[in-house]
Design a protein around this ligand. Structure first.
Ligand SMILES: NC(=O)c1ccc[n+]([C@@H]2O[C@H](COP(=O)([O-])OP(=O)(O)OC[C@H]3O[C@@H](n4cnc5c(N)ncnc54)[C@H](O)[C@@H]3O)[C@@H](O)[C@H]2O)c1
Length: 297
């Protein structure tokens, strides 16, 4: 059969675009384990120095991929990093750390190039990127200073965009296609009770729309872009909020249909699914994982 002709198609001359993503060619031949494997790939994780990001990097390594973590922190979280490196070494994989500010495009571009070079040396092309770096701030809207609002958008929106853009540039140049996951939030869809976070919520709604926009531009290169929207997760980000106002936890728990808040580990399976061949027909979509929070009022 000529390349690009759909097998079993009623219309025999139906052709696919010139670029056929690897996942599309092979998805039908993979078993369930292979559909959740990241073997032979490298994935960048921004915000990979702690919290959700470092846990997602661990999931990537556990699924057989190399992970490159980027963060503004001088060093990643000691204990979690040591554990991640151990898992990587055991499997003959690498976990590398780069100090990098995602709002600085030149810096980001340099790091992506370095990761891409190493990925080629490992024969594991850079085919995944998770834009997880983000900031949060609680300020009543009536008092929100313009400078703070702009800083939120700069990190959470522009930073996520620059990350996706750099990743896509590498994937287009290499002709490999790939999967980009932007970490949004259920706050992109709802306004959280008890939280005065207008700038944050606006930034996450922007990330969800950015996903749809770039997905429609980059599908032609075999690049899939999706958002993963978590509900409340106990991390340094939310601990700071709860320490300042412990009573807020009661409001959050009122919407927790499974009787608990999330943990970073709840997102390991979703990220492996979104990065891997199991989601090869999914792009421009949002996967909300929130313990049922948005399902009830
Ligand atoms: N914790 C939650 O309840 C929750 C819920 C929904 C979505 N999220 C999202 O998940 C992501 C991770 O959040 P987390 O809870 O792990 O928070 P966190 O604060 O523990 O981690 C965020 C990381 O991003 C890094 N970062 C911030 N600005 C950066 C920059 N300019 N350049 C590079 N790195 C930068 C921080 O240093 C930090 O390591 C964020 O995008 C957040 O909005 C979190």
């Amino acid at each position: 059969m000529a390349p690009g002709v759909l097998a079993g198609s009623a219309v025999s001359d139906t052709t696919l675009p010139d670029f056929v993503p690897e996942t599309q060619q092979t998805a039908a031949n993979r078993n369930a384990e292979q559909l959740f494997s990241l073997a032979g790939t490298t994935t960048v994780v921004t915000g990979g120095g702690r919290g959700l990001g470092i846990t997602l990097a661990r999931a990537i390594v556990e699924a057989g991929g190399h992970a490159a973590c980027l963060d503004v922190l001088p060093e990643p979280s000691t204990e979690e990093w040591a554990s991640l490196e151990k898992v990587a070494k055991r499997s003959g994989l690498t976990a590398s750390y780069y100090r990098c500010d995602i709002t600085q495009e030149e810096e980001l571009s340099r790091v992506f190039k370095e990761v891409d070079d190493k990925a080629k040396q490992h024969n594991a092309p850079l085919k995944g990127t998770v834009a997880c770096a983000g900031i949060q701030q609680k300020v009543p809207a009536l008092d929100y200073p313009a400078g703070d609002f702009e800083r939120m958008l700069r990190v959470n929106v522009t930073g996520a965009f620059l990350t996706a853009k750099q990743a896509a540039r590498v994937m287009v140049d290499n002709g490999t296609g790939g999967s980009i996951v932007l970490i949004a939030s259920m706050s992109g869809n709802i306004a959280n009770r008890g939280l005065t976070c207008t700038a944050y919520n606006s930034s996450k709604a922007a990330v969800q729309q950015m996903c749809r926009s770039v997905a429609q531009e980059w599908g032609q290169y075999g690049i899939r872009v999706n958002t993963l929207s978590p509900g409340y997760i106990r991390t340094a980000m939310t601990d700071a909020l709860l320490q300042a106002e412990p009573e807020v936890e009661k409001t959050w728990m009122a919407g927790a249909l499974l009787g608990r808040l999330g943990a970073p580990e709840d997102f390991k399976a979703p990220i492996v699914f979104l990065l891997g061949p199991g989601s090869s027909f999914m792009t421009g979509a949002d996967l909300r994982v929130d313990g049922g929070h948005c399902a009830s009022a």
